[in-house]
Design a protein around this ligand. Structure first.
Ligand code: ACO
Length: 331
């Protein structure tokens, strides 16, 4: 939010969209596939430790920009704003189509969003809240009026399908918001944070060097450290954004934390003294889609009628870097 003369400029969500690939893989089906390669897991183990029951996986011909474009088209239609009126496109992703051009530039071209500046933003699973906060800064400083932000991930590309401790956790998909400058309502407060000193608990170290891949091309994770740090920073940043906006946590209608693990979400709820039914949960169906998880969850709850105009929604991301952030939004 920004004061201009006597007027407040807010960043308002005016459209949302999402895309999921057509292939649904249940835990049982994944366990059977892994067993054929001598790797043991089970539906029971995955559900008990994570809450995940299935995930959507993109086939070879579906890439990050394709999913981003499909979710963006839905968000633009929902908003009633034309692609040609978008000033800025930010794509949050850890799985870009290539090093450059950015996935955002590919999306800009496919949408014919000819006026828009476009760039990618890499903050792993926190990418979408980082994009939301960045877009807010552009809008409130009047550098942009209409902004399209997208979280899109083909995470299956960077999973080691022989590592049962990570490959069962993730899925593919995309989600998008159209944001616009408004005098009415919108983002009340937001914060983004990082702690690079614990970057080793969640990483993909691989990079190109002189024509070769150095480091690992796959996700490596210390699950228990990620768990503890995620709960801690999500609680702290929920309290921080609510305090900043002078809103009591009990007045928030809906909580949309990053969808990584139901146990993280339940522990967060206990620490904030918020009942389970105020949390939007999609991790059971989508698994962890990294930067796409929040807009995917938002769109599910918007379409099924739970999130209504006027509701207060707390959106929270956390992930590799280590990074985290929150936005408190009046819909
Ligand atoms: N199936 C069966 N057994 C498994 C599997 C699997 N898929 N994966 C690991 N195990 C085994 C381990 O080998 C170990 O066996 P052992 O006791 O014989 O050595 C046992 O299960 C326990 O392993 P832990 O790693 O200690 O299991 P833990 O209870 O910590 O659960 C998990 C692992 C689910 C990853 C947990 O640490 C967690 O939820 N961490 C949060 C991290 C997260 O959600 N990350 C998502 C990405 S990060 C983000 O988005 C923020």
């Amino acid at each position: 939010m920004q004061t201009l003369g006597s007027f407040m400029i807010y960043t308002r969500i005016v459209g949302s969209g999402s895309f999921l690939p057509t292939t649904v893989v249940s835990n049982n089906s994944l366990a059977k596939d892994l067993l054929s390669r001598g790797i043991h897991t089970s539906d029971d183990w995955i559900v008990q430790r994570t809450g995940i029951k299935q995930r959507y996986l993109a086939k070879d011909d579906i890439n990050t920009s394709y999913m981003a474009v499909e979710s963006a088209k839905m968000a633009l239609t929902d908003s009633g704003i034309n692609a040609s009126d978008i000033d800025l496109i930010i794509v949050a992703t850890s799985t870009p189509d290539c090093i450059f051009p950015s996935t955002a530039c590919i999306v800009q071209s496919k949408l014919n969003a000819n006026r828009a500046a476009a760039f990618d933003l890499q903050a792993a699973c926190s990418g979408f809240v980082y994009a939301l906060s960045t877009a807010e800064s552009f809008i409130c400083s009047k550098k942009a009026k209409n902004v399209l932000i997208i979280g899109s991930e083909k995470f299956s590309r960077i999973l080691d399908w022989n590592d049962r401790s990570t490959c069962v956790l993730f899925g593919d998909g995309a989600g998008a918001f159209v944001l616009t400058a408004s005098y009415d309502c919108g983002i009340l407060s937001s914060c983004i944070s990082s702690d690079g000193s614990i970057s080793d608990i969640l990483s993909v170290s691989g990079h190109f060097e002189k024509g070769e891949i150095k480091g690992s091309p796959f996700v490596k994770m210390d699950g228990q450290s990620v768990f503890k740090n995620a709960v801690k920073v999500l609680e702290e940043s929920a309290r921080a954004v609510c305090n900043k906006a002078c809103v009591d946590i009990s007045n928030v209608n809906w909580f949309i934390p990053h969808q990584a693990n139901i146990r993280i979400i339940k522990m967060l709820g206990r620490r904030l003294n918020v009942s389970d039914d105020k949390f939007i949960i999609t991790v059971d169906k989508h698994a962890n889609t990294s930067a796409a998880s929040i807009p995917l969850a938002f769109n599910v709850a918007r379409l099924d009628g739970r999130i209504k105009n006027g509701d207060l929604v707390l959106i929270q991301g956390v992930g590799g870097g280590f990074t985290w952030g929150s936005s408190l939004v009046r819909i």
